[in-house]
Design a protein around this ligand. Structure first.
Ligand code: UDP
Length: 239
């Protein structure tokens, strides 16, 4: 059973359990997709029913950050731990490398996706990169066809939320891949273009503040964070 946080149902899993579940999906027939919502995306889902449908329709819904974990605790239905998408991806790639599976990278700016592929190939010996495509295309069909032709087992879909969730819901099956993961700005991190917050900040639940200092243009999006807390408090009162 999923744990509901303001209309988004989260799987109550540890990182280890999430990765095990991802591997299980990799070995199951058909296409599956994984999403990693943070409070900002939960707020987007409240306003956009198609986004909510795409997020809740995923086979695995992981709490990307401490905000969702705090929200769940405040609502009296705690989640085991945060499972950041980018860390899930790292563990998942280790398992894929062990099994010689292939990965397609979709998203980010053209040079970024290619650089991410080069870095990942070096970092995860055994991981096969089936192909890359930047995230600035206008028609889905040629991209879907390219992924299908590549024979990729897994696709990292990094188009930003909720675009990537809607994209996976609509196109996942046609790619022929077993697992698609929506991972936001992860390719920028894998390419070394954007740094993740140092451990101190994320350990103290302040990754958002670090990112805000580095990228002040995110302020508009980040205003959704206090709104999320207000909505959680309202929901708690109702309960
Ligand atoms: N992006 C893309 N196509 C688009 C819009 C965005 O490929 O049409 C990429 C963008 O280049 C970035 C990622 O999607 O690499 C979104 O990053 P952001 O930091 O906004 O995502 P978050 O990790 O916060 O969800």
């Amino acid at each position: 059973m999923r744990i509901d946080v303001l209309g988004v149902g989260f799987d109550n899993v540890t990182m280890e359990e999430a990765v095990a579940r991802g591997v299980e999906l990799l070995h199951s027939d058909g296409a599956h997709y994984v999403v990693t919502p943070n409070p900002e995306i939960v707020e987007v889902c409240r306003e956009d029913p198609a986004a909510a449908e795409a997020v809740n329709g995923a086979d695995l819904v992981l709490p990307d950050g401490v905000g969702v974990v705090k929200g769940a605790r405040m609502l009296g239905t705690p989640l085991k731990e945060k499972v950041p998408g980018i860390e899930f991806a790292a563990h998942f790639m280790e398992r894929m490398a062990e099994e010689g599976k292939s990965l397609y990278l979709l998203g980010a700016k053209p040079d970024v996706a290619a650089q991410a592929a080069e870095n990942l190939r070096r970092q995860y010996a055994g991981l096969r990169i089936a192909g890359v495509h930047d995230g600035y295309f206008h028609e889905d069909a040629p991209v879907v066809e390219e992924i299908a032709q590549s024979g990729a087992d897994v696709v990292f879909v990094c188009l930003g939320a909720p675009k990537q969730e809607k994209w996976m819901r609509k196109n996942g099956a046609a790619t022929g891949a077993r697992v698609l993961c929506g991972l936001g700005g992860s390719l920028d991190v894998f390419a070394g273009v954007v740094e993740r917050a140092p451990k101190f900040w994320s350990d103290h639940g302040l990754e958002w503040f670090y990112r805000l200092c580095k990228e002040p243009r995110r302020i508009g999006r980040m205003m959704k964070l206090p709104l999320f807390l207000v909505h959680v408090k309202q929901e708690r009162r109702k309960k």
